[in-house]
Design a protein around this ligand. Sequence first.
Ligand SMILES: *[C@@H]1O[C@H](CO)[C@@H](O)[C@H](O)[C@H]1NC(C)=O
Length: 571
Amino acid sequence: MELRFIIVRNMGFRRLTLYFVLLISVGKLHCDEHTHTYKDNEEVVLWMNTVGPYHNRQETYSYYSLPYCQGPKEVIGHYHETLGEALQGFELEYSGLSIDFKSDTPPTVFCEIELNEEKLKAFVYAVKNRYWYQMFVDDLPIWGVVGEPDDTKGEYYVYSHKKFDLAFNGNQIVDVNMTTEGKVLLTVGAKIPFSYEVHWKSSKTKFENRFDKYLDPNFFQHRIHWFSIFNSFMMVIFLVGLVSMILMRTLRKDYARYAKDEEMDDMDRDLGDEYGWKQVHGDVFRPAAKPLLFSALLGTGCQLLVVTVAVILFTILGELYTERGSLLSTAIFVYAATSPINGYFGASIYAQMGGKRWIRQMLCSVALLPAVVCGTSFFINFIAIYYHASRAIPFGSMVAVACIVLFVVLPLTLVGTVLGRNLAGQADYPCRVNAVPRPIPEKKWYMEPAIIVSLGGVLPFGSIFIEMYFIFTSFWAYKIYYVYGFMLLVFLILLVVTICVTIVCTYFLLNAEDYRWQWTSFFAAASTSGYVYLYSIYYFIFKTNGWLWNTVSKLPFLFFGKLHGPLFALD
Ligand SMILES: *[C@@H]1O[C@H](CO)[C@@H](O)[C@H](O)[C@H]1NC(C)=O
């Protein structure tokens, strides 16, 4: 309902998303940077974000962890940080440089530092490791290198002058370039004056298109990408055809066989030449082992399905990738808002399995995903704190997340749980469950649940791994992932493939007269994530230092060698 409303009101979408983001944002908010309109001579804030090595986008530190100095202007007009930004490790700090809308600033020295041993070491390390920093003006990212090494002489230079070229269209900022100049040799005792200048010009670029220059269609809309999606699509058609054909034919054959058996007298049947899935009819509806955990997992899965589709749609409609952290904020909001789904499906399955400890089941549902996600991020957090990286999540954000879980997710899940137990808690099975579980006969090794599970993930993974390549690349390299339409398509393909695969797996298992199909079917689909995990390790080892370093690292030398400008202006 909500989604339809938003699609109809496409025009007002941005504003709407904004309210969502505002709803769960912490800190003070002000309007300029959100409306993106300025009056003449109005303050335009230059935010310093993070600094880090070029070959690892995920390793970032606060800009002022290098001994840079701040501009003289101390009063910050406004500061905002949304929850999404805080969690993603954005660490915006005011630069102290005054930039006024449409008014040029001549070259101005804003501060000076004198290098002592310690500061020198910090700068040399940064230059040696090709550190570069990120800044934001009106939500437009700017990148610049810290300095330039001259490895033959063993000398290191730092850039001391920043030249900003901004372009406006009407009362909005549509383009920004930064050039770094003023190489200063790093030596003990050197005095480095840091300076900046600002030039404004008028531009015909439309505000909606201002992010286009950061995108890399040659990479993301490469023939291979289209081809892989086409490929997966053909696989889906093939697989659906195969599954329906196999099931139709085999099931018809099975039915014919069972029908013939019916005609035989009881004597023959007792001789026992019946075999196959019909033998387990008295056991298939036996509750799964650990029904509490099983129903919590299924409930969370149903919710995640809705969250994923909704967030991808939001991103496509609202172009969320242009706003820092808003993707994560939206995801958190959608997750909180869709908790009744979790409660409903989890509780109804639990009740159908005859579970009685529904409060415990609900708490398990509520805590499952947040616990896993928070546990992982706390672990990363410890590492980040140890290295003083900007990834470290501020305490306030942790409290905010805890509050969302306690005061939004928990009550909503309770509502869903009560509804689920009362509306869909009655099991409606076509046959009774036998009092005594049937022994599971010996079977071929490839019919063992463990083998079925590990093979089950191969096809779903095969349909998404090219997309994973693009996602990993945008995660590690400085590329903005923006082809969310592709992502949606691939996600739907993944769904269909997974459904087909689990149906086939369940058929094989039941045919081998093993009735423990619930967990097997669940893990047959879930093993896809295991393959994705292995692939991410492979990517990290073989691509981030090899491919990434060899190809992407040529880019900065191409123009940082001659100097300077935005990375993504390059073709
Ligand atoms: C930024 O650089 C690009 C490419 O060199 C150029 O087309 C554009 O006009 C520049 N923008 C500004 C504001 O100077």
